[in-house]
Structure formats: C-alpha cells, structure tokens
Design a protein around this ligand. Structure first.
Ligand code: SF4
Length: 306
C-alpha cells in the first residue's frame, strides 16, 4: 500500500485523515455502516460526537467563514461519563464476541483431563499448533498418567523438546503425574486448590483444565492474548495476570468466564494481534479506544495499551 495513503498511526481525533479515494475509504465507510446501529446507540463508546459539525456547515450564512469544529476530547479522563467497564459496554463487547466466535473452544487437542493438562503445560511459550504436533505421538508412547509417573524428567525431554523450555516442562509433567498418582488416585482433580498443588500448574493452566474439561468456572484464563486484549479494551489497567483475572472476574458475568477467554484467545490470533492489529476489520472497533490501534473511528486512550 503506498506510503501516505493509510496513516500508520490513526489521527488523535479518531478520524481517518489523508484518505480520499480508493479501497481504504470504502473499507472505512463499510465498517462505519456495519456498526452504525451500535454507534447510534453510543453504548459507552466515548465516540466523538463532533458537535456542530455538518449541521453548522449547512447552516453557515453565505460569505461568512465556516466555524471551526470544536476540538475533540483527548483522553479517557477527559471524556465525561465514560466508564470502560460499564455493564452495557461490557455486554455489547460480549454480544459481538458471541457473534464473531460463537463456538470458540480450546485449540489444544486432548481426549482427557490429563492430556489437556499436559498439553497446557507444554503450550507455555509455544503455539497450540506446535503442541498439537507433539502430543499425538507423546500420548501414543505414554498412554496413561501412570506411564508418565514412571518416567524421569530426562527420559521425557526428547519427546517435548520442540515445544521449547523442555527441561522445565519435562519436570512439570513428570512431577504432576507422580503427584496425581500418589495423592489423587491417578485422576486429575477438578478443584482449583488441588490443581495448584501440582508442579508447573498455576492459575492459567488450572483454569484451562477446569473450564474446558470440567466445565467449571472458577476463574478466567489469562494468557498473553487475554492479557493484551483486556487492556486494549480497557477491561483492566493491570499488567499482572492474577490482578487482570480479578478485574475480569469482577466485570464479566460468571456464566461467560469460560467462553470469554476462548473468544478473546481466538480474537488475538485472528485480528487483535500483538503487532499491527487488524482494526479496520474488527467488529469491536468502535468500542475500542486502544492507544496502539492501527485504524480508528473513535478517539484513542493513552492508557489503553496491549
Ligand atoms: S479495534 Fe484493533 S485493537 Fe481494538 S480489539 Fe479490534 S483489533 Fe484489537
């Protein structure tokens, strides 16, 4: 795309400056049209009303200079009454996520709680695709939790090497297997407190297993996507995963905790990527004031960064 046609950073006013012709303008219009209903409803978007613009121009007496439009508010704190976690704004975000990803679920292939636990441990600092390449052979070789418990971490290392951080992951998987066999009768416990006693298992992994396998909403999975996008959408201002989870548990209804995390993870993979999010294609665009958006029809907020 030629330099100068699409600004890399959206204008602070939230308007798409310097775009006069071509596909980008059409794209902008189509997005605005698509969400015209929502914008009209102004569900906590903080969308710029630009008072006086348009009507004032039409009514301006001939020969007189057109009055300059009022400057837009510059930051969240200056937008009176804007509450990023207002229930109606959160509900609108959830509604659109439901429309975008109605059947979102965990992308790690598994046939049991144990396989999901292992896959989740292996997915740290790796991709689900990468883990899914490794696990079929791994579970063919070691089909039960007891088979893993009989290993030493060193024996497992070659099998999980390609997922990265393989020494720590081997220790965690073998350690978890031993504890599940010795303390929980060979069954993965469906209890947050017990899961957290397993080596290599923190709240994220425990939430994945509890939510995806046991369908228990004890918390919200906070992985790198949830962390980034929750901040962009101003559902939290925290950076620590545990504090982010606490914020999300406060603003998201409990019956949505499991699905919300899956939907956000899919959104992070498809559109809201860490670098160059595809904001022009994003159905959440006019609700999102992220400072690192690549395209915007609404104002951006300094504190809303991924
Ligand atoms: S508008 Fe951009 S930054 Fe905001 S949620 Fe969508 S893709 Fe992410």
């Amino acid at each position: 795309m030629p330099r100068g046609v699409v600004p890399r950073q959206p204008a602070r006013t939230g308007r798409q400056d310097k775009v006069r012709v071509g596909r980008t303008l059409l794209s902008a219009k189509s997005v605005q049209k698509q969400f015209a209903g929502a914008k009209n409803a102004r569900v906590g978007t903080g969308a710029l009303a630009r008072p006086g613009r348009g009507k004032a121009s039409a009514a301006a007496p001939e020969g007189r200079p057109e009055p300059a439009p009022k400057p837009a508010p510059a930051a969240t704190s200056e937008v009176k009454g804007y509450n990023p976690v207002a229930p109606e704004r959160v509900a609108e975000i959830l509604k659109r996520l439901d429309q975008m990803y109605p059947h979102a679920t965990c992308a790690l292939t598994h046939r049991s709680a144990w396989e999901l636990l292992v896959a989740t441990i292996l997915s740290a600092q790796s991709t689900d695709v990468n883990v899914n390449r490794v696990t079929p052979e791994l579970f063919r070789k070691y089909p039960t939790v007891e088979a893993f418990a009989a290993l030493t971490p060193e024996q497992l290392e070659p099998d999980v090497r390609s997922t990265g951080f393989f020494r720590n992951k081997s220790k965690s998987v073998v350690g978890a297997a031993k504890k599940i066999v010795s303390d929980f009768g060979g069954e993965v416990p469906d209890d947050m407190g017990k899961l957290l006693t397993l080596p290599g298992v923190a709240r994220k992994t425990a939430n994945v297993v509890l939510g995806t396998w046991f369908k228990k909403a004890d918390g919200v999975v906070v992985d790198t996507h949830v962390q980034r996008i929750s901040r962009r959408l101003e559902l939290t201002t925290q950076t620590d995963p545990q504090k982010i989870e606490q914020d999300l548990m406060r603003v998201i209804p409990r019956d949505k905790w499991i699905l919300f995390a899956h939907q956000i993870i899919w959104h992070g993979r498809k559109l809201c990527t860490a670098r160059k999010p595809k904001c022009a294609d994003c159905p959440l665009e006019n609700l999102c004031h992220a400072a690192d958006k690549t395209w915007s029809t609404v104002e951006m907020h300094k504190g809303a960064k991924g």
